[in-house]
Design a protein around this ligand. Structure first.
Ligand code: ADP
Ligand code: MG
Length: 344
């Protein structure tokens, strides 16, 4: 079995690490030179995602193809799909790559999101009611780790926006944020990991704790909505749904990540089967395994310079597991590695 993975980041890296135990060989196709995944894959190509000549060799070599980030051009995924199975179905990215169609899709399933308005030009903001503010203006496409977001506290505020497609989202007072990872297999069986509690710093994930300390009612609802979403998409593989919980315990879906997710890294140490293994098993059509929590755990992201404190291993506590993504340049806010600590 040879699995092709588009994207060469740390998510792809951890898939490749897990694939070794399952005796699946991996082939990474990435557009970046400094790619963590290529250090653990059996084979790789570095080329642009629309380089169809280079893609041809990749397609020929692989039995099945998946991707580790959702912004792979749709045209590329669709081209591959004509020749080899691609999981999850590229069609899903059409919905999820655009925050507006994503939210409409969620609301059509009778699942709430925070209130939002589509915005195409800055002068439209004048017609938004004052009580909609504070709000966050988000680019509809290509945002991640808070990129492409501007907080607007009041309508009278002066700001400039470039011509782009945006949504304006009401900013809510968050009590907490959670995520739910769900896997769905080709035989339609599906399993959810317990909700994970997430703390963001400057809109970038900082810590994740499993299980989340939320009511049973909220846990059940978040899992039910996640499963409604994955079934509506007829999805194969791992998906992650991010949720907001406000101070009145209202639950909203924030966004859908059609892939393994940063908040799920702690499943490597705290579950019988990690999110990476679940994803590989589903896309490669191996026997389903139900995830079971072995121990509580907390993950800490190492951003930018944080990594240097741990690279010599001397600062790692007992019961803590250090993961280095081996990226050369420690830019500010860049995800460089993580530590998962077992909580007894
Ligand atoms: P990204 O695609 O960059 O992850 P998100 O929409 O998930 O974008 O926003 C990143 C973080 O910013 C969220 O996890 C949350 O902490 C904060 N945030 C985003 N939207 C809102 C909102 N409407 N109200 C309050 N906080 C928000
Ligand atoms: Mg997010």
């Amino acid at each position: 079995m040879k699995l092709g993975i588009l994207g060469g980041g740390q998510l792809g890296m951890m898939m490749c690490q897990e694939a070794k135990d399952l005796e699946i060989s991996t082939f990474i196709f990435t557009d970046a030179e400094d790619s963590p995944a290529t250090k653990f894959s059996d084979e790789h190509i570095i080329a642009q995602y629309d380089d169809f000549e280079k893609l041809e060799r990749f397609i020929r070599a692989c039995n099945v193809v998946t991707y580790e980030f959702e912004n792979i051009p749709y045209k590329t995924l669709n081209h591959i799909l004509k020749k080899k199975p691609v999981y999850p179905d590229p069609q899903i990215n059409n919905i999820i790559q655009d925050r507006l169609t994503e939210k409409k899709f969620i609301n059509d399933l009778n699942i709430p999101t925070v209130p939002y308005l589509p915005i195409e030009e800055s002068n439209q903001l004048q017609f938004v009611e004052e009580n909609f503010f504070p709000a966050i203006l988000k680019t509809r496409r290509l945002g991640y780790d808070g990129k492409g977001q501007t907080v607007i506290d009041s309508k009278s505020e002066k700001f400039q926006i470039e011509k782009n497609d945006y949504i304006l989202e009401k900013r809510i007072e968050l009590k907490t944020e959670i995520s739910v990872i769900t896997v769905r297999y080709q035989d339609n069986s599906l399993f959810s990991y317990k909700p994970i509690e997430n703390i963001h710093k400057d809109q970038i994930l900082y810590t994740s704790t499993s299980p989340a300390s939320i009511s049973l009612e909220l846990q059940t609802k978040a899992i039910r909505w996640s499963q409604d979403i994955i079934e509506a998409l007829n999805y194969v593989g791992v998906i992650c749904i991010e949720f907001f919980i406000d101070r009145f315990d209202n639950l909203y879906v924030n966004e859908i990540a059609p892939r393994v997710h940063n908040s799920g890294h702690l499943t490597i140490e705290s579950y019988n089967v990690s999110q990476f293994q679940s994803h590989l098993r589903a896309v490669c059509d191996l026997n389903p395994i139900a995830p079971e929590l072995k121990t509580k755990a907390q993950m800490l992201n190492l951003l930018g310079d944080d990594i240097f404190k741990y690279r010599d291993q001397s600062n790692i506590e007992k019961d803590a597991f250090f993961h280095d993504y081996y990226k050369k340049e420690a830019k500010k806010g860049r995800k460089m590695g993580h530590i998962t600590k077992i909580i007894s």
